[in-house]
Write a protein that binds this ligand. Structure first.
Ligand SMILES: [Mg+2]
Length: 375
């Protein structure tokens, strides 16, 4: 370990647009390309660390966008990070939190680059800095967009037959509840138990719709519902949980550790969806996971659809965090038609494998960065 601090000397951002294999439909928007803000942190020892700022298809999720993040980091976050010790990523994260509380995705991207640079400075993988791995691979659920039933059934059948995924999450909320539920029931019946199914409403329903329709999804064999109600409806989630046999997972309702505390104290959830971006970084997710652990609630590792870089960062965090014991949806690199890594992350039999090199173990490919750089 270096005896003197290694100061961060520069933080640089590059905006990229990566193609998707197929459009990905959410309740409110359809993603056709994924904007990626690549963040590079350089230290006085000449070490470079990389981070990734992404949001799922635009500002609808939390108000941040890659364009906004680029300006915020450049003008406000970078000057606060330059001069800091690269071996204190959590201290850097807390400094950023004070500067830009409402911009967790931007903060997470910068913090990610600092963790990567810290690992590279010490020559160890980031999972070691986070307490060491509990597992060396994580199951990956495939998320299917809000497409018509036949398209979804074909996609799921093909992925199961190819041994690529063992569980599936269906996006809902893009069409009225009755038609949406018929669509999902048709999918569940066609698949006939071939793979566990979850649905994600992205907060699209009100409590009445959820009371009316969740039992139908339950009867059709759906096992889990993610964020049926809007983010603020913690008491509503608790009431649904009392009545429903479906496992209830919070995503939009969970951003901060204080949210996690409210959700578990209010008996509102069976599972918490944790993501590096929405909570402002790896250290913040570990605080949330500690609360989940204490409450006996499991965590599920979510994605904002990252390249291999952000996906590897999530894998290091989720493997090093015991409470993330309910699988992941780290499928970002599988939905992207190309990647920015010289060697993308590896999947095997429905699992994502933990990378082992220093930092996050990902080398950014300069040619790819040049190719996809926004002009
Ligand atoms: Mg979600």
């Amino acid at each position: 370990m270096p005896e003197v601090p290694s100061r961060i000397t520069a933080v640089e951002v590059t905006l990229l647009d990566l193609p998707l294999l197929r459009p990905h439909r959410f309740a409110v928007t359809t993603m056709r390309t994924q904007g990626v803000l690549l963040i590079r942190v350089v230290t006085e020892d000449g070490v470079a660390g990389w981070g990734e700022g992404v949001v799922p298809g635009g500002p609808w999720w939390g108000g941040e966008s890659v364009e906004g993040m680029a300006a915020l980091i450049d003008r406000h976050l970078a000057p606060a990070v330059v001069g800091q010790d690269v071996l204190q990523p959590e201290a850097v994260a807390r400094r950023l939190e004070r500067l830009a509380a409402g911009a967790p995705f931007a903060r997470a991207g910068v913090e990610m680059a600092v963790w990567d640079a810290a690992g590279r400075t010490l020559g160890v993988p980031v999972h070691q800095l986070l307490g060491g791995p509990h597992r060396d691979r994580v199951p990956v659920t495939w998320a299917v967009g809000s497409e018509p039933a036949e398209i979804v059934v074909d996609e799921v059948r093909r992925l199961v037959a190819e041994g690529r995924h063992r569980s599936f999450k269906l996006k809902m909320g893009a069409i009225p509840p009755e038609a949406d539920v018929s669509r999902v029931v048709a999918i569940a019946e066609a698949l006939d138990g071939a793979a566990p199914l979850a649905v994600d409403l992205n907060g699209a329903w009100d409590e009445y719709a959820a009371r009316r329709w969740l039992p139908v999804l339950d009867d059709a064999g759906v096992q889990l519902v993610e964020q049926p109600l809007p983010a603020a409806s913690v008491a509503g989630l608790a009431r649904l949980r009392e009545r429903s046999g479906l496992a209830i997972m919070a995503d939009e309702s969970l951003r901060t550790a204080a949210d996690a505390l409210r959700l578990v104290a209010g008996h509102a959830v069976d599972l918490l969806a944790v993501k590096i971006g929405k909570s402002g970084g790896l250290a913040a997710v570990q605080r949330i996971a500690s609360i989940a652990d204490a409450a006996g609630v499991g965590c599920y590792g979510g994605t904002a659809i990252e390249t291999s870089l952000g996906t590897a960062a999530s894998a290091h965090l989720f493997c090093a965090t015991a409470a993330v014991r309910c699988g992941t949806e780290l499928f970002g690199p599988l939905l992207l038609a190309d990647d920015i890594a010289t060697e993308p992350v590896t999947y095997a039999a429905g699992d994502l494998l933990l990378t082992t090199g220093p930092g996050f173990g990902i080398t950014v490919d300069g040619d790819k960065v040049e190719k996809y750089r926004r002009r």
